[in-house]
Design a protein around this ligand. Structure first.
Ligand code: HEC
Length: 111
């Protein structure tokens, strides 16, 4: 049992080192810009399918920005979603979210 667990951890670690640089960059941006409200990035990314993320992040994250800009609960994010920093990085954020989407095969799961 213990060995099994260690093997699983090892495989997870090994898997994460082969992530593309783009995904890593997206993850970093997520941690800086989204984590305070949405928590751990990989779990959050795993809450949707690749296609859903693709749609939300279409057109430089237009839809995602809309969701936040039309929610009073997300006021603290408005400045960010209106900024060029967001549209410029939308592609990287998408890479990261898609990489860990629920149907990506990259989400740590019991299979
Ligand atoms: C200041 C807090 C805040 C920040 C920062 C923030 N969000 Fe949100 N986000 C919210 C709130 C609040 C909602 C819920 C809006 C609603 O439903 O009214 C939301 C909604 C969402 C949704 C839709 C939720 C769903 O389940 O369909 C997604 C996807 C999302 N955020 C992703 C992100 C990403 C990616 C980032 C970083 C680029 C980010 N958010 C940054 C507060 C934030």
């Amino acid at each position: 049992m213990r060995t099994l667990y260690a093997t699983a951890v090892f495989m997870l670690l090994a898997g994460s080192t082969v992530l593309s640089a783009a995904t890593y960059k997206g993850q970093k941006i997520y941690i800086e810009s989204c984590k305070e409200c949405h928590g751990g990035g990989q779990e959050f990314a795993g809450s949707k399918k690749q296609r859903t993320w693709g749609k939300l992040m279409d057109n430089k994250g237009e839809k995602l920005a809309d969701i936040h800009l039309s929610s009073k609960k997300a006021t603290n994010s408005w400045e960010y979603f209106k900024s060029r920093a967001f549209t410029k990085n939308a592609r990287h954020i998408e890479d990261f979210l898609v990489e860990y989407a629920s149907d990506s095969g990259n989400v740590p799961a019991c299979n």
